[in-house]
Structures are given as C-alpha cells and as structure tokens.
Design a protein. Sequence first.
Length: 459
Amino acid sequence: MQQLYSSEPSSSGEIKLEPASPPSSDAVAVSTPSSSRKRGGAAAAAAGGSVLVCVVCADQAFGKHYGVNACNGCKGFFRRSVWNNRTYACRFDGNCAIAKEHRNVCRACRLRQCFNSGMNPRAVQSERELAQSRTKEEDDGQGRGDSESPQPEVASVEVQTDRIKTEERSSPPGDEGSVGRMLDVANRLRVHNFRILSRVEAPLAAAYSACSGPNRHSGGGGVPTQVSFTDAFFSPTLISIRTPITPTGATIAELPDVLQDWRRCFTLFADWCSSLTEFGGLCAEDQLVVAKNRFGPFYWWICAEWSAKAGCNGVCYANGTYFPAEKALQCLPDVSQTAEKMMNSLVRPLVDLNIDETEKAVMSGIIVFQDELTALTEEGKATLREARALFVKSLHHYVYSKVKDNTLAAMRIGNLTLLLAAATNLVHLTNDNVELNDVLHIVDWGDWSADIRKHSYSE
C-alpha cells in the first residue's frame, strides 16, 4: 500500500469541524466526538440500553468507521497504520488477545484484528484522495472569493467513507489503462519468478537428476569460504552452482543440506534481483546495500512458500529436504524455535490464503524493495520508493481482479501485507541460532555471509 497514504489530520486522530451556519434539516450533521458521544448515549438509552461495541477491542463504539462498528481509538490506529503503510512485528506467536484494557500492547495483532473484522483500507485511501482534491481546488482558486468557501461541502470522515463505498463498489481505483498496466506488471513478475526458479546450468542438470543419497550435497561442497559479499553477489556461482530447485520436503535435512540450501537460495536471490528491471535502476553500491538487508526476509519468504506447497512440517529446502519443526529431529539447534514460528506466522497463513504464483512473485518484489534504507543514496531511496509503489499497486489491482468482492479483496490484501512483518520478524529470531552456531563452530557460513548477518540478523 505504499505511496497511497499520508499523515492524519491531527495527533489525536479526531476531526473537529465547526459549521459556518446551523445545518438544515436535510443537511449532513457534522459534530465533535464529545457531542456524538452524548447523542450516542441518549440514543442507546432510548433504545433500551443497547450499546454499539467495537469489533476490534470490544470497547464502546459510536458508529461505523471504515465499514465496521469501531471505537475512536481503533479507528485512529487503523487510519495511521494504513496511511503511513506501517508494518508491525508481534513479539510472541501472533495470537495476542485484543481487548480495550490492553489493546495497545501488540500493534501487529491489533492491525490483524482490524483487517479480520472487515475494516476497509480503501476507505482510508479514499479519504486522502478527497482531501487532496479539496486542497487542489482551494489552490487553484478559480476566482472564488471568501464568500465561496468550500466549507459547506465538507462532511465527516464517516460520511466520506460511506460515500466512497457507494461510488466505488464495483472496481478498484484507477482508470482502465492504469489497471491494465498494473496487471501487466504483476504478470511480468510472475514470468520473471518462473524463469529464475527454472534457471539451471545445462551441463549439470542431467548429472544432478541422476544423483541420489550423499551426492545431493555436491551443490554446496568445495565452496571457498573467503569470498567477499561483493564478489558473491555479482558472481553468485562462486557460492553455489544453479542446481535444479526441487522443494518437495521429502526427507529430513542433514547438516550439509542446511548449508547447501543457504548457498543455493543466495544464488537464487542474486539472480532474482540482478535480472529485475527496477533493481537495475540502482547503482552498484545501492544494489549491495539492498541485497545485504533484504536477503534474510526473501529467504524466509521463499522457504515458507515451499513449505506451504510441500505440506512438510518445517522449513522446506531447495534440494528436496526440510528442516523439521520437531526438535528431536533437528540436525542443528533451533534455540529460537524459528522453524515452528515460521509454520505459525507464515506457512499456515499462506495455506489459508491459498496464494497463487502471481501473488507470490509480486510479494517477493515488495519484500526486496520494502524498507527505506538509510545507507542508500538519495537517488537510490527514490528508486526504491518508486519500485515499491509500483509493486504494491500491481498487487492491489491483481487481487481486485481476482476477488470480485471488494471487502474480501481488501481483507486479502491486508492479510498479505501482514506477512511482510512476519518474514522480517523471523530474520531477527534467527540471530540467536546464528550466534550459537558461531560459538559452537557447527557451521562455517563463509566470509561472504558476514555482511548479511551484520545487516539482517541484528535487532
């Protein structure tokens, strides 16, 4: 949802409007929250004591906000999160209870509850579009004097939301040409993803298919450890040959499989980025900054995709093995229970969403261009923002073309966006495992991966 939102009108999240003159009987009533609260209480009393309840935190609600009954607190939280495209990470297992007494404890679970309850992020976008339209009219002037103030045209946030929902119920925002371009971007990423996943060194493909047993480790063996990250990224075959990717999760991984998968996925990541037009718009220095910071989330995202498709109980690897979530079967100590948490926070949601190949590819692009990295040049930051906005818009239009019901489409987009935070959270959880491996000298990850761990695996 990047570049679709702006800051809220006030720090409290409330809009207070003073009408120029008393509204007529058929005019829209605009009131302050305090007066609304009084009328809401009076109406509830007149109705026999029934009170509207916020569907997010169960606090008292004073009307519909973004399509559901919500309190002012959850309304403001949802608007801020959507306008600023914020992503949150749950410190626990993503199952925090949201109640009015402690609704601010976990913002990740609170935002998830907002989406699951039916809050519509498109309504927030529409508020911004209306505000921008009014600002443009005021700037243009068109010879209007003070007596032609646009104030009588202003309605409350709730009225704006209802109006937009009525007018745009049949299709996502944008003209047909814009929709077509965004769908072309989504399709381009799907084809790009397929080509990179299928990329194999031709002379080795036949030999690899004939191998079995211990020979499956040949892709990771004999790799020099003293390779810089720059050399590894721009010449990824120094790290791993492009063996066929077969994420079947058929057998439990042994220690060599862990290292081989790490290397093979890095080669996949380097190929994925370097072949992407938007990534090519970055200078070499900025490309390295992005690569160091985004390989971790990309790795967990693609492993979760494979696990969801293979149906294995653990982290599915590229060579047909998987790292089990069950501790007794693990070849490497998983002190942070990262495999189990990946199953809960990424794999099961992916299975529930039944994500298709196009959504996988577009989400991969969003993950690569997700964060605003301070080490980038100003030109690099601008390129990153443009690419991210492009991929987010393409995801929106693709989902709306796939899911005809706008409410269900908005919920699906919201749930997909939450997975970005889950992938990043898994990167941070991996830090304990990496540090333990360093202490015990279990795995020699190589000098080339030190920069990845420095940038991605630190809090």
